[in-house]
Design a protein around this ligand. Structure first.
Ligand SMILES: [Zn+2]
Length: 255
């Protein structure tokens, strides 16, 4: 948690499937022949089990794309940020020590500035189907004796979700919005089997509510509370340099 809340931003949007999307549950249904071989992840929502895109999956997709914008970012396999920051006492020192991606998305030694909610279906929009696929032999990379498996997929659906930023710098909001724009333009896919053409989604009905508690009347807008569309917000942030991630001007006090 942060000692003091300086600003907050809620980005709400719909993820709309533009083709098949495969969000796997990881559960095996070998003992239940009535279930598909690989099922779509489901969770309780509005009183029934429904497909869900976990916030952690959305965060993973957005972080890996954001790393391309944020020069000098570590990757999930790189422990250098944790090494650099684990012995530092104050949150501000740790924040200054880590790479731009870890400043925004957090790491073992630092809390994330962005919270990603699970994405749940808009009532009546989701249709599930299954696809016959040829099983691939992991060793040879060729089709394994004509073996078929039938993953369950989302054929159509609209999933509503939110990202909440707290005590953030303008470049952090800008990076997330640029990635949402990349999702819309097809550069980023969601879920598994992206290399087989699954996971094309668009981010629609993007609605941004920005609140500044520290300097009402300053920062990214001239407003204490202001609502934006994606285009309006990117216009407001046009002078927020993504490279400013390197020189920390953050004056909030992370815990
Ligand atoms: Zn890092």
């Amino acid at each position: 948690m942060f000692r003091k809340l300086e600003n907050e931003c809620k980005i709400s949007f719909d993820l709309v499937a533009q083709g098949s999307v495969c969000i796997r549950s990881g559960e095996s249904f070998e003992l239940n022949p009535g279930e598909p071989d690989i099922a779509v992840l489901k969770s309780m929502w509005n009183g029934k089990m429904q497909p869900v895109i976990p916030g952690s999956s959305i965060k993973g997709v957005i972080r890996s794309r954001a790393e391309k914008y944020l020069e000098g970012s570590c990757t999930v396999f790189d422990k250098s940020c944790m090494e650099k920051s684990k012995d530092l006492k104050s949150g501000l020192e740790r924040y200054k020590a880590v790479c731009p991606a870890c400043k925004l998305f957090g790491c073992m030694s630092l809390k994330s500035r962005a919270e990603f909610k699970d994405a749940f279906p808009v009532e009546g929009t989701v249709f599930l189907g299954s696809r016959n696929q040829v099983a691939i032999d992991r060793l040879t990379g060729s089709a394994r004796g004509g073996a078929l498996f039938e993953p369950e997929v989302v054929e159509a659906g609209t999933f509503r979700t939110e990202i909440i930023l707290r005590n953030f710098e303008p470049w952090q909001l800008k990076v997330i919005l640029l990635v949402l724009d990349d999702i819309n333009n097809g550069y980023v896919r969601i879920g598994s089997s992206a290399s087989r053409g699954f996971g094309r989604m668009t981010a629609e009905n993007i609605h941004i509510v920005y609140k500044n508690y520290k300097n009402p009347g300053e920062s990214i807008g001239e407003f204490f509370t202001k609502e934006y569309s994606l285009e309006e917000c990117l216009e407001k942030l046009k002078n927020a340099s993504i490279n400013s991630a390197k020189e920390v001007k953050f004056d909030g006090i992370p815990d």
